[in-house]
Design a protein around this ligand. Structure first.
Ligand SMILES: O=C(CO)[C@@H](O)[C@H](O)[C@H](O)[C@H](O)COP(=O)(O)O
Ligand SMILES: [Zn+2]
Length: 197
């Protein structure tokens, strides 16, 4: 395959993945908007975490809650658990990398808060432990994954929401994850401010 065709194939594959994801995930995504909105309206908060590109996605999402998405509105309560280098290095150094999110969920989580847990493989141990800590704190989890969901399938409860992208490549999964997170912001804003843009 020449390089131009190779580049072009990314767009073709992304389009196919977006279509398959819309089919599979629009309904649980709408349910996720209701869950997040209800938590925020009840003065609860959103915690989010992930590794690598998913860390970027988690902090991107939280920035749009605390700052704004497309329209001016009140700030919404959220914390990205992958952003404080002192906490990450202290907990990583003293307890191990698998505990960097779990410990923060235990420290900050309150019943009714929501954890948005992002892992393209569904297998990152620190994300899996954050889910278990959220359950211990009586928090519901919205999990974003791919590759069939991996070990997330074993730790998520029926009361959680699992948005599993139907693809096996990390980059494609991440591309859909950012659409999912932007769609959640759009849905929350629509409930807060009305449908019009
Ligand atoms: O962004 C990318 C690859 O596109 C990488 O940084 C990727 O996020 C990292 O390898 C992560 O450690 C993968 O973790 P996970 O998505 O399987 O939980
Ligand atoms: Zn990436």
């Amino acid at each position: 395959m020449d390089m131009t065709s190779r580049m072009s194939s990314h767009f073709d594959d992304a389009i196919d993945t977006f279509k398959a994801s819309a089919q599979a995930l629009a309904e649980p995504l709408a349910a996720s908007v209701d869950v997040l909105f209800a938590a925020l309206a009840n003065n609860n908060k959103i915690l989010a975490c992930g590794n690598g590109g998913s860390a970027a996605d988690a902090q991107h999402f939280i920035a749009e809650l605390v700052g704004r998405f497309e329209r001016d509105r009140l700030p919404l309560a959220g914390i990205a658990l992958n952003t404080d280098t002192s906490i990450l290095t202290a907990v990583g150094n003293d307890y191990g990398y698998d505990h960097i999110f779990e410990r923060q969920v235990t420290a900050l989580g309150q019943p009714g808060d929501i954890l948005v847990a992002i892992s393209t493989s569904g297998n990152s141990p620190n994300v899996l432990r954050s889910i278990e800590a959220a359950h211990d704190r009586e928090m519901m989890v919205i999990a974003l994954s791919g590759k069939g969901g991996g070990k997330m399938n074993d730790v998520l409860l029926d009361t959680d929401i699992h948005l599993c992208v139907p693809h096996d490549r990390t980059m494609r999964i991440q591309e859909v994850h950012i659409i999912l997170l932007h769609a959640l912001c759009d849905g929350i804003d629509a409930l807060l401010l009305g449908d019009a843009l």
